[in-house]
Design a binder for this molecule. Structure first.
Ligand code: GLV
Length: 318
């Protein structure tokens, strides 16, 4: 049996399956291993099942035992792994696309609604039992018929578009490449990000985190948005320059922001926490039982294909 290190806790359904296929070092106590522990535990293993909370930078990758041939990441994003270094070492890296599309798109919509309809302030007032219904109490912005920009029109971006159509929104998007019209379904492509932002009364961020997308929302680009825009980020925290965003939220240029992801999470720029126009969640994009089981299955499929069936894993990213 091939040997696998699993760096965090898996759900029980996934534990059952992986232990029936591989000789596994599970992490049932969900300890956050440090790099030295990962290196030690991976000795004698053929593969690693890793998570977004397990960083594999170049140095780590280079120090991994020779026996490690695959890192199967339990996430669609793989910014935690230096995939170029892995390729140099001949280590295959895989992710878990598709299975978390719906759950993450749902969270994007929740962020847009939570931010635009002032859910955070509402919750605080309701808890204090100190509010009085009135015609102008906690007035928010309504999504119906508005222009929605989608930054990153991959599977998740398209699933957000599908949901937004139910709000009669006009969909605009930016992507590295324009999509085929069958995938666009009427969405308007902007090659230039400035044009996308100019057309974004609401913006949903659904692009991968990378050097190319880091700080795409910054002091300069925020000015392109219509005044009072609403932005939601269910992708990666690094896409937003937080200081610039906080200023724009304080001035009202940005009416409200919904965040599920943060630069350096779980840490959050403290100035955000002083703002009432922030609706925030702790990285819940894929957090439903069926999605998490499906992610585990997909990560196990990739290990099984590569290590046991001698096949190219379906979701190789490097
Ligand atoms: C979660 O952030 C993921 O990339 O799956």
């Amino acid at each position: 049996m091939k040997k696998i290190l699993v760096t965090r806790k898996l759900l029980e359904e996934n534990n059952k399956r992986i232990t029936s296929i591989f000789d596994v070092k599970l992490n049932t106590s969900d300890t956050l291993y440090n790099p030295e522990e990962i290196l030690k535990l991976s000795e004698g293993c053929d593969g690693i099942l890793s998570f977004t909370t397990t960083p594999f930078n170049r140095d780590m990758i280079m120090k991994l035992p020779e026996s490690i041939k695959i890192i199967s990441n339990y996430a669609v994003g793989y910014g935690n792994i230096d995939v170029v270094a892995a390729k140099e070492r001949g280590i295959v890296v895989t992710n878990t696309p598709e299975v978390l599309t719906d759950a993450t798109a749902d969270i994007s919509i929740l962020l847009l609604l939570g931010a635009s309809r002032r859910a955070y302030e509402g919750r605080k007032d309701a808890e204090k039992e100190k509010w009085l219904w009135s015609t102008d109490y906690l007035i928010g912005k309504q999504m119906t018929g508005k222009k929605l920009g989608i930054l990153g029109m991959g599977r998740i971006g398209r699933a957000v578009a599908k949901r937004a159509r139910a709000f009669d929104m006009e969909i605009h998007y930016h992507n590295r490449n324009q999509l085929d019209s069958s995938l666009e379904e009427g969405a308007i492509y902007h090659k230039d990000i400035k044009e996308l932002f100019k057309n974004s009364e609401f913006l949903s961020i659904n692009c991968p985190g990378s050097k190319d997308t880091e700080n795409l929302i910054n002091e300069e680009t925020i000015q392109y948005f219509p005044d009072g825009a609403v932005i939601a980020n269910a992708a990666r925290g690094e896409v937003i320059d937080d200081e610039a965003m906080i200023k724009a939220m304080q001035s009202g240029k940005i009416f409200a922001l919904g965040l599920d992801v943060y630069r350096g999470e779980p840490k959050i720029n403290k100035k955000y926490l002083e703002l009432n126009n922030l609706f925030l969640l702790p990285h819940l994009g894929s957090a439903t039982t069926r999605t998490r089981i499906a992610m585990g299955d997909r990560a196990i499929d990739n290990l099984e294909a590569f290590l046991n069936k001698n096949q190219n894993p379906k979701d190789q990213v490097n």
